[in-house]
Ligand binder design. Structure first.
Ligand SMILES: [Zn+2]
Length: 232
């Protein structure tokens, strides 16, 4: 059971959620730039309030970090813009060529190369780049999934991809269907590894209790550190 309240605190909008399963208080910055706190059911308002106030400098750091990571819709898709693939920045180089059937995206010499007709507009260029990231992601999942299945001794059902606002992945424990956030393609590859392990571990244990954490410690010893990178 989750109880929710929406607070305004030091000029911040904060969604506070008390969850029966939570052992600790967590603070994160949501995509809409508001804050989200999840806390154990017995945590007092005063305690949560202090927790948020004492982490505001951290929030400022997260925002600064996020500023450096524009969303795909913020780009104009011209040479010199920088895109992150598996945690590494790549400068975009647009090479103009006349034939539509020669359209092409590739990584070359550390650069992200987009070959496209000069008359193409932003939405066409965005589509090319998005499709490229999608293919990269699918290929990485194909490589990573068997590794993670071997580690966890569990088998995924259908794998689906989606660009999601608030979660990195989810798992239907009945069907084994795993949904992955496409935005993982911008983070270091180990983040994808960690999320796959996390979702597969749900096929042992549906909730995030102590048994789940013990399994995660065994399957992916660095998971806490990787998770903290993802929550920036
Ligand atoms: Zn989970």
């Amino acid at each position: 059971m989750t109880r929710q309240e929406l607070w305004t605190l030091a000029g911040e909008t904060v969604l506070v959620e008390w969850k029966a399963r939570n052992k600790n208080v967590y603070l994160r910055l949501r995509d809409d730039n508001t804050l989200n706190v999840t806390a154990p059911r017995r945590a007092s308002r005063a305690f949560i309030r202090e927790f948020v106030l004492s982490h505001l400098d951290m929030v400022a750091k997260w925002r600064a970090e996020r500023q450096k990571r524009p969303q795909l819709q913020d780009y104009r898709y011209v040479s010199g813009e920088r895109f992150r693939l598996w945690g590494v920045q790549h400068e975009l180089q647009v090479i103009e060529q006349e034939e539509r059937h020669n359209r092409h995206v590739r990584i070359d010499g550390g650069k992200l190369i987009l070959e496209i007709e000069p008359v193409s507009d932003v939405s066409e260029r965005r589509k090319m780049i998005q499709d490229f990231f999608c293919q990269e992601f699918e290929q990485a999942v194909c490589e990573e999934l068997p590794i993670c299945e071997r580690i966890t001794q569990r088998q995924a059902g259908k794998i689906v991809y989606r660009s999601m606002k608030s979660r990195w992945g989810s798992c239907n424990v009945k069907t084994g269907r795993i949904c992955l956030n496409l935005r993982l393609v911008h983070y270091p590859r180990q983040a994808l590894h960690y999320i796959l392990i996390h979702e597969l571990t749900h096929l042992w244990e549906g909730n995030h209790g102590s048994r789940f954490h013990a399994l995660m410690d065994r399957f992916c010893p660095d998971w806490r550190q990787i998770r903290s990178e993802l929550h920036k």
